[in-house]
Write a protein that binds this ligand. Sequence first.
Ligand code: MEV
Length: 421
Amino acid sequence: MQGSSEQGGFYKLSMTERVKLLQKLTGLSEEEVKTLRQTGGLPEEVADRMIENVVGGFTLPLGMAMNFLINGKDYIVPMALEEPSVVAGASYAAKIARAKGGIKVTNTGPVMIGQVQAVGIKDPKAAKAKLVSRREDILAKANAQDPLLVSLGGGAKDLNVKVIDSIKGPMVITELFVNCGDAMGANAVNTMAEAVAPLVEEITGGTVLLRIISNLADKRLVRATAVFDKEAMGGAEVVDGVVQAYAFADADPYRCATHNKGIMNGVVAVGIACGQDIRALEAGAHSYASRSGKYKPLTKWEKNKDGDLVGTLEMPMAVGLVGGAAKVHPAAKANVKILGVRTATELAEVMGAVGLIQNLAALRALASEGIQKGHMKLHARNIAASVGATGKQIDVIANQLIAEKKIRMDRAKEILDSMKA
Ligand code: MEV
């Protein structure tokens, strides 16, 4: 760093001016500036409106997972991520599921929860009773904020009031249950939560502090299930291995974190490709996995009477097709078109199916040849490219690294040098 990061008015500069200043401050080369300035499929002015202090874009590889049959419909699934083997694993496992009818998914509807925190209340139980008795007024106030959503059949449908104990004493939490339709819902729900706050204060005599959506979206669940033929899985041993792997995750949070990470490899990759808030998806997934007080797998794996493997997944899936990046990011719009989903709920179902399939892909590999075999091919190619190999050299070097079991940069460089000589 060749200057201070305290640069008042950085946000007021144009993108070009910001990059110039950044270059001065950090010593970026012209080449690096050019790389950062590229916004891929996203027009500069759109990028500049989406977040603050924009200097450019950041591109991830976009791959298509094939073979998905979900609720009887065919899908090509766009996935944006940096990790090798995920797209291949999803395509492979989706093909196995296809033979037994594909993945079946149901959902609980697109309901999100908005929370209003009231403190400083002398009699919290009485306040709760008063809030419940004013249910209709509170819901009406919430719904007045979004006539369009209400006209489409959505809006605030129900209310829950709870008294919680906290390190700062009791608090009265009013929860709005909002059907968000095709929106992820953060904007709609937050607007409603803010709008009902004065009424909550008036009813309780307390002070409202937070008014915000909950990412523990347990009223917006998807449930996916699929059967995987034991022969296609590689035999009864692999089926048993997957069940053992699930038992391990169920019993041990250290394993469970990685098990659920494998699910999120799929969910997040589709989420990024389709312009979703993947932080919300992660928060929802892991908090849901902990809802019993113990951190648990989001999937379950069992053997049926034929010896085939049966997988089920249940998790929150807060996604939207209107009002977010899915609507303004041209690449996200193209990916939604490829996917062919018509509603946010259909997108959620597809993402649940991908989560289940991705988990199976990982567990199958772990329970049989291990995951490194698949990873190593791509890893070896990356190593070859990183030492300067190009075109056909990459595969030649990668194959040699694998054959020698020396997937290392020093060896890749040696091979490249000998090829050049
Ligand atoms: C790697 O990104 C994901 C896995 O670790 C998932 C798992 O262990 O189940 C392979």
